[in-house]
Design a protein around this ligand. Structure first.
Ligand code: VG1
Ligand code: CO
Length: 579
């Protein structure tokens, strides 16, 4: 092939957000849009690092992925990349990409240096919906802010990109290696099975035999919903073929380019089919399974449900951490430490204290956990946004979280599978609350509000922080039963490993009784602004941990809405999504 230098010019708005660049497909398909971003990434990594490297390119299979993959292959060839690895049909879940970068060894002994992940995660897909791209580093984790800032700077000055226009299309549906030769030598594209490396890793972490006993027991019933995302490609292999679950326990497990028209977001609002199958929501099933779970488009998120019972993600990570050493072989020699994102509830903090573990609170987004893990400081971490994971890779991992829960259930029911009474998901959560107390928790999302109005609301909340006395007066005027604000700030993080500082990571109001209100603007949307309001209240008294959470949090919610003048600023009387 030949290398062509194509003249280009900067295009506005290519700043990567919480997890890569996410825009409408129509934005991505403008001339040079994808190319500018990919070349800016190569330039940020530096030509020496790119030349001769091995890169993974794949994603959740959403609309436009196939074109994007062919283009990235051609640009990689032109930039001197030595080989590209592609999951069959261009599919690899985000956690599988991380696993492949870290673990996979090519036929010739090669190892990957990084990856382009093509996904907009939980955002809908299709010609009128979202596409996304992000770059992950040699450790399998998202590029740190130092790199994403450089990429953005490059997009603002780009003049040209390199592409091998005459490189033939590579058939990504067939496993095998294609060889090409260019001005700088050989270039290969290897298409490989999307699941095997990931399955192998999962088998090295969990006791598959123990989980299989649970999943094949007539006493236990199970349901997994991939929401038509890429998790389906792994669910069948792992839950059905390896662990013996019935084929009928899989819902929406065929990956689709448009996720069947839905939002591939595993929460009580968007995972409707699973929610009613589990006996919750509208039209609840009268005989729900014991355990249910769902994933997002790229399979890094998870929602855990018991029979007629929802486990909050903040509780989920705390419960996994509290049980990991006993129930999961990978952790049998102990946990190095645990971490959560700032808006995630403090349920994990209480476990860390109890078990005397190192504990870290980081900004939203997985990239901050990676440094802690690389330094051996953190084994398990999670976010309130349905993300849970461990140091087996450097991304959150939806199927891992399900296997962790199945391990805990299998361990607690070791002796009950001969007709004894089953310890259920609900039992495990309630037992946890009895031991550690309960963090009532909810998140209100105001999606696609006017960006200017959202900024004004945030600025107003920052301004209010300088007069706590005034804030407390407002609160008392709204609800006399809500405690006083003791402290308020904007969260700032100093990475304990490399000393880097991340500012403006969310506005916090911290109450005397441990309650918290957090306000953030989303960094993953593709239209307008999304305001997230996180509400949390701690209850230590075990006689009061069984309340309905929306009811328990109602006073605090009222205070949050009045204090922020939510309706005045946004014109919204209700959130778009409550989780
Ligand atoms: C959201 C979540 C955050 C998560 C991020 C990426 O970000 O709040 O916790 O890490 O999505 O998840 P934001 O900036 O919109 O609040 V995924 O599954 O979209 O890669
Ligand atoms: Co995701």
């Amino acid at each position: 092939f030949k290398v062509t230098r194509v003249q280009s010019a900067p295009i506005d708005g290519q700043k990567p957000g919480t997890s890569g660049l996410r825009k409408k497909v129509k934005v991505f398909t403008q001339p040079h849009y994808l190319h500018n971003f990919v070349q800016s990434t190569f330039n940020a990594l530096s030509a020496e690092k790119v030349r001769g490297s091995t890169l993974v390119v794949s994603g959740d299979g959403r609309y436009y992925s196939k074109d994007a993959i062919q283009n990235i292959i051609k640009m990689s060839a032109a930039n001197g990349v030595r080989r590209i690895w592609v999951g069959q049909n261009g599919l690899l879940s985000t956690p599988a990409v991380s696993a492949v970068v870290r673990e996979r060894v090519g036929a010739d002994g090669s190892k990957a240096n990084g990856a382009f992940i093509l996904t907009a995660s939980h955002n809908p897909g299709g010609p009128n919906e979202d596409f996304g791209i992000k770059y992950n580093m040699e450790n399998g984790g998202p590029a740190p802010e130092g790199i994403t800032d450089k990429i953005y700077e490059n997009t603002k000055t780009i003049k040209e990109y390199l592409i091998a226009e005459d490189l033939p299309e590579v058939d990504i549906s067939a496993i095998g290696i294609s060889n090409f030769s260019g001005p700088e030598g050989q270039f290969d594209v290897e298409v490989f099975d999307a699941a095997s490396d990931y399955v192998k890793l999962m088998k090295s972490i969990f006791d598959f035999q123990l989980i299989q006993k649970l999943l094949t027991s007539p006493q236990f019933t199970f349901c997994y919903d991939a929401l038509s995302g890429v998790a389906g490609a792994y669910a069948k292999r792992i839950f059905v073929e390896e662990l013996g679950a019935k084929e009928s326990s899989l819902l929406n497990c065929v990956p689709k380019e448009d996720f069947g028209g839905g939002h591939p977001d595993p929460n009580l609002t968007y995972a409707k089919e699973l929610v009613s199958r589990m006996g919750l929501g509208k039209n609840p099933n009268s005989d729900p399974p014991e355990f249910g779970a769902a994933a997002d488009g790229d399979a890094d998120r998870n929602m855990i449900l018991g029979k007629r019972f929802f486990v909050t993600p903040s509780d989920s990570v705390a419960i996994i951490a509290a049980n990991a050493v006993q129930a999961i072989p990978y952790f049998s020699s102990g946990l190095k430490g645990v971490a959560r994102s700032m808006p995630t509830s403090a349920a994990l903090d209480v476990v860390a204290k109890h078990l005397n573990l190192k504990f870290f609170e980081v900004p939203t987004g997985w990239k901050f956990f990676g440094n802690l893990m690389d330094a051996g400081l953190c084994s398990i971490c999670g976010e309130e946004s349905f993300g849970t994971g461990s140091d087996h890779i450097r991304e959150k991992d939806g199927i891992w979280a399900v296997l962790a829960w199945l391990s805990i259930l299998a361990y607690k029911n070791k002796d009950n599978l001969n007709g004894g009474k089953l310890v259920t998901v609900e039992d495990i959560v309630k037992q946890h609350w009895a031991t550690f107390g309960r963090h009532y928790y909810t998140r209100y999302d105001y999606e696609n509000v006017d960006a200017g109005a959202a900024k004004e609301l945030m600025a107003y909340l920052v301004k209010m922080q300088s007069s706590i006395g005034e804030v407390n007066k407002i609160i008392k005027g709204v609800r006399s039963d809500v405690s006083n604000v003791a402290n308020a700030d904007e969260f700032e993080y100093k990475d304990p490993v490399d000393g880097s500082i991340s500012k403006h990571q969310g506005i916090r109001y911290l109450f005397e009784d441990g309650s918290r209100l957090v306000f953030r603007l989303s960094g993953t949307g593709s239209e307008g602004a999304t305001i997230r309001l996180y509400i949390e209240q701690y209850e230590k008294d075990s006689s009061k941990t069984g309340r309905d959470s929306q009811e328990a949090l109602a006073p605090l919610v009222e205070v949050a809405l009045k204090l922020s003048k939510m309706q005045e600023f946004t014109g919204r009387s209700a959130p778009t999504v409550i989780t």
